[in-house]
Design a binder for this molecule. Structure first.
Ligand code: SF4
Ligand code: SF4
Length: 383
């Protein structure tokens, strides 16, 4: 994706957003975006922009998620839902190969061909864009490159929706991942609702994005719209529901493996793994082999796996991390600290999903603050 180097922006209305979905679909892309289903705002294939969650917002807290009606018709005034884009780029279950036993007993194995889907993701939050970048680093290059992920990711068209309505569990400002988008997208949208109407400030971030933008009904950007858009994003930055302690989290976590707080959180954690399933950067998978009852057909599936699963580190002598305490500590320390050693960044983008979808409401920001306070009290807190 070539950067267009600060392309001139434009303004589109709701009909422009409808045209965006139409143009992307006519270009052969499968458009995926937010929509209301089963009492949540989920990500799903969109046939038209009418399926966007116009007029819906969400109420979030630790272990709590509810849809709520808004008094306006905003399309993107909601924070992260139960899924992330990894649902499409690295699906929960992917068949890798299958094998058939012929009547003469010979086995014929067939590798699953890479998918040919061409995605357009509409409404990607800046924090989730960073999560995609993190997964790209792991799954498109190096030792763990994944052909299925690469096929889904290559050519995916990304439409970012800057965040104007953070949730009570969001902390992208602490992680430096939002609420503004700073590149890596094809198109960026900022939704504006004021007395001058409902509209979207739109900019291209790639040549593909510029081509799509040129096909939309639009008008030149104006100072009232760009000013209102920037104010809305700046306002979102001021209303983050959560913060991380403003210290070197990498050093904090690595320096306190024996904090008493690990026992306290372990007493609450069910080791259910929901947090890893909801997290947009968690990428661990396992292999599952299945055969039919006759033994004539076998398949291998790649499935999401969680570091909370006892089998995750199973060795002949038993699991490496047998206690819930060691598994929670491993997860949080990896996310906020050792991820830097492996991949050069934090493994957390501040989306808040793990807080919302934890059945007992464990909040990683609260845990980080507690460990920080404990270290401070002991005189060993990093700056
Ligand atoms: S922190 Fe919450 S979601 Fe994660 S494993 Fe523990 S109980 Fe489950
Ligand atoms: S650790 Fe939690 S807040 Fe951080 S990216 Fe994962 S789900 Fe989001």
């Amino acid at each position: 994706m070539a950067d267009t180097g600060g392309a001139v922006g434009a303004v589109i209305d709701r009909d422009g957003l409808s045209a965006l979905v139409r143009v992307l679909r006519e270009g052969g892309r499968t458009v995926v975006g937010p929509t209301v289903r089963d009492g949540a705002i989920v990500l799903d294939e969109l046939e038209s922009a009418d399926q966007l969650p116009y007029g819906w917002g969400v109420e979030l807290e630790a272990g709590y998620y509810r849809l709520r009606r808004r008094t306006d018709r905003a399309a993107f005034a909601h924070s992260a839902g139960p899924q992330s884009w990894k649902t499409f780029l690295q699906p929960q279950r992917v068949r890798q190969w299958s094998a058939e036993r012929g009547t003469d007993g010979t086995l014929t194995a067939r590798e699953e061909p890479p998918p040919t889907v061409s995605y357009a993701f509409l409404g990607v939050r800046p924090c989730d864009l960073r999560a995609i970048t993190i997964q790209d680093r792991v799954l498109t290059g190096g030792r763990y490159a994944d052909t299925d992920y690469r096929a889904r990711r290559t050519g995916a068209f990304l439409v970012v929706a800057e965040c104007t309505e953070p949730g009570a569990t969001c902390f992208c400002v602490s992680m430096g991942t939002g609420p503004a988008a700073d590149g890596g997208y094809d198109l960026a949208l900022t939704e504006v609702l004021d007395d001058a109407g409902h509209r979207f400030w739109i900019r291209a971030g790639s040549e593909d994005g510029a081509r799509v933008l040129a096909a939309l009904p639009r008008r030149p950007e104006d100072a009232a719209t760009t000013g209102a858009a920037r104010d809305a994003v700046a306002g979102a930055a001021e209303r983050m529901g959560r913060t991380m302690p403003p210290v070197d989290l990498r050093a904090l976590l690595q320096g306190n493996p024996e904090a008493a707080r690990w026992d306290e959180v372990a007493a609450r954690c069910l080791t259910c793994g929901n947090c890893t399933m909801a997290c947009p950067t968690c990428f661990c998978t396992s292999a599952e082999d299945v055969t039919d009852l006759t033994g004539g057909h076998a398949e291998r599936w790649r499935v999401w796996e969680s570091c909370y699963d006892l089998e995750f580190t199973h060795l002949p002598g038993g699991p490496v991390r047998a206690s819930g305490r060691s598994r929670y500590r491993q997860w949080l320390t990896h996310k906020l600290s050792t991820w830097y050693d492996q991949f050069g960044s934090s493994g957390c983008v501040g989306c808040g999903r793990c807080i919302v979808w934890c059945p007992v409401g464990i909040d990683l920001t609260e845990e980080a603050w507690a460990i920080h306070r404990e270290a401070e009290a002991a005189g060993g807190a990093p700056q």
